[in-house]
Design a protein around this ligand. Structure first.
Ligand SMILES: [Zn+2]
Ligand SMILES: [Zn+2]
Length: 341
């Protein structure tokens, strides 16, 4: 089959012929890739930023946001059959460790991550296991939801956590209405009656946020903290969902948080720097968020099938992988770039 592989770091990847993946275990599933999301993480992998962390041996196939159709199953797989449309939870998990038994797939002690530390989905076929395939509603086309496997799942995981505690009358500040944030706003609107306040630098992103159901949209122009305090009776918001995590967003977010509020860290790159006395005297909470569980992805697909969550895709044939990566790098992709094998 054809696959796009990293041959050397800091070199363009290459479209090569590799052997088709084979079923070797009873729970294996081989998926015919219908769409593979092109993610900023792929650019970082090509630069070698993940080399030490993943320990992957080159050459290997990248692509960690995958959906398609079941091509072949091991003898113990019963919940999907050949031809079913599926989206893949990004991790291949063991099902036996304590985290897996708690439904906390991301913290599995024996996991693999196709596209990061093993062969991924920039290819015609991809091997995963029964635990990772989420059957799609027939109304959903794999290519249109593939990117929800990573960016969408991360946004869903954080927002669903917040929605469990937010009550009618509460306010949530969403910082950043870009790739992840605009999915987060859709999920928040679908799951919670909370009043949504969105902060972004881009007027286009704010216009989209309003279209998606945000009550208030504020330009990040230096007046946003004051505006949030005005909108919340001077107290701040019950929750801050920070999809940026750098470049002043954290300071803004902390200034917008109410006593006993919850600060969800989703974007990253900056630092949290806060006197511990401020944490205890106001009982504020900082909550990290890493991808999401299998159940999070299943729930997100229910919202997608009901038309509550969508994202714009720009599609490229697999052979045009370099154009897709270049466009992403240049900021020239509207929505998410998807490779179609
Ligand atoms: Zn990704
Ligand atoms: Zn496990």
């Amino acid at each position: 089959m054809k696959a796009v592989q990293v041959i050397e770091y800091d070199e363009p990847p290459a479209l090569v012929d590799v052997p088709d993946p084979q079923i070797t275990g009873p729970l294996d599933v081989i998926v015919k890739v219908g769409g593979a999301g092109v993610c900023r993480t792929d650019l970082h992998i090509l630069e070698g930023q993940w080399a030490a962390k993943s320990g992957v041996v080159l050459p290997y196939t990248i692509g960690h946001e995958n959906a398609g159709w079941v091509q072949e199953v091991g003898q113990a797989v019963t919940h999907v059959k050949v031809g079913d449309p599926v989206i893949l939870h990004p991790l291949v998990t063991c099902g036996l460790c304590r985290a897996c038994r708690a439904g906390d797939d991301v913290h599995c002690m024996n996991s693999a991550f196709p596209g990061i530390d093993t062969d991924g989905g920039y290819a015609e076929y991809l091997k995963t296991t029964a635990r990772s395939v989420v059957a799609l509603d027939p109304s959903l086309e794999p290519a249109s939801v593939a990117a929800l496997a990573d960016a969408g799942l991360t946004a869903y995981h954080a927002v669903a956590k917040a929605a469990r505690t937010l009550r009618p009358g509460d306010r949530a500040v969403v910082i950043g209405a870009g790739g992840l944030g605009h999915i987060g706003i859709q999920v928040l609107r679908a799951l919670s009656p909370v009043e949504i306040i969105v902060i972004d630098r881009s007027a286009d992103a704010l216009a989209l946020a309003e279209e998606l159901g945000a009550e208030h949209t504020l330009a990040a122009d230096g007046t946003e903290t004051e505006r949030v305090l005005e909108l919340t009776g001077g107290h701040g918001a019950e929750a801050v969902l920070d999809f940026v995590g750098e470049g002043g967003a954290v300071e803004t977010g902390m200034a917008c948080l109410r006593r006993n509020g919850d600060y969800y860290v989703i974007g990253y790159g900056g630092r949290l720097d806060i006197p511990t006395i401020d944490v205890i005297s106001t009982e504020i909470n900082f909550i990290g968020n890493l991808v999401g569980s299998y159940n999070d992805l299943s729930e997100l697909m229910v919202l997608a099938a009901r038309g509550k969550v969508g994202l714009h895709t720009q599609r490229y044939p697999l052979a045009s992988f370099q154009e897709a990566l270049d466009n992403l790098s240049a900021g020239a992709v509207r929505g998410r770039a998807i490779l179609i094998p």
